[in-house]
Ligand binder design. Structure first.
Ligand SMILES: [Zn+2]
Length: 264
């Protein structure tokens, strides 16, 4: 910090900022973030706009002293993909609880989630008002052990996919509602349907080859191929649009027996 007076006020606020971070973590783990009062996340000796400026100027800015932490958080995303949509590349950090409303969490690494620009924009600077309103938190919601992202084939020409959340039986109703709300907020059905449409175009020639090798058994060869591709993707990412796509295509007798060939 170049501003000595601000530096001293910030140092004097250390205990308050650490305590705010602890209550945030406790609430995130218990899905009670909506109960946190923004006024409890003000810092007595540093204004909200100063805290935001510290994040922007001393952490997010290239070359700033805190940028090393920013870069580490960006690099933490698996394969450089945004954990909110699972599709687009990470390009920024998203404040899970907005820095404008919870200034004490402006530079808290556990409140900073790697995200793509689109998800960051869609999230908006709003406080959650109910448990269902809390978007999924990549650090605290361990939801990748079970399959929850699914798709079904829409039998039209050309074939399309409809994506949806189907909560595993061990999830409680709140988590199921949060997953569905997350899915809706980030427009994932539309994003994944468009990706899947392109994927279906890309594999159409391959499927046609399998289908027409011999007159008999073409649909079965297509189905086996799709199931194998689904398994390969399932082992990499249980809940990716790719896994859901191949599983849905393999499950559709209509698609395997020629639906894949239908054009506009
Ligand atoms: Zn994203």
């Amino acid at each position: 910090m170049r501003n000595q007076q601000l530096k001293e006020r910030l140092q004097a606020s250390e205990a308050q900022i650490v305590a705010a971070g602890k209550s945030y973590v406790t609430a995130a783990q218990a899905t009670t973030l909506h109960n946190l009062e923004p006024e409890d996340f003000e810092v007595d000796q540093v204004t909200g706009s100063e805290m935001v400026a510290i994040y922007t100027g001393r952490m997010a800015k290239k070359g700033a002293a805190g940028r090393v932490i920013y870069d580490d958080l960006i690099l933490a995303a698996k394969d450089g993909r945004c954990p909110l949509c699972g599709q687009r590349p990470v390009s920024t950090l998203d404040h899970h609880l907005p820095k404008s409303l919870y200034p004490a969490l402006a530079v808290d690494p556990l409140n900073l989630i790697p995200a793509c620009a689109d998800c960051n924009k869609l999230k908006l600077d709003v406080a959650p008002v109910s448990p269902e309103d809390e978007t999924l938190h990549p650090y605290f919601d361990n939801i990748e052990q079970r399959s929850w992202l699914h798709a079904e084939v829409v039998e039209v020409a050309p074939a399309a996919l409809r994506f949806f959340v189907r909560a595993p039986s061990e999830w409680d109703e709140t988590l199921a509602q949060r997953a569905r709300a997350h899915f809706k907020k980030f427009g994932l059905a539309k994003l994944y349907a468009s990706q899947a449409a392109q994927e279906m175009s890309n594999i159409q020639y391959r499927l046609a080859q399998l289908y027409s090798v011999n007159a008999e058994g073409g649909a079965q060869r297509v189905q086996e191929y799709l199931e194998e591709e689904a398994e390969s993707r399932r082992r990499a990412y249980l809940n990716s649009w790719q896994t859901a796509t191949y599983a849905a295509l393999a499950n559709s007798a209509w698609f395997c027996s020629g639906g894949f060939q239908l054009q506009y």
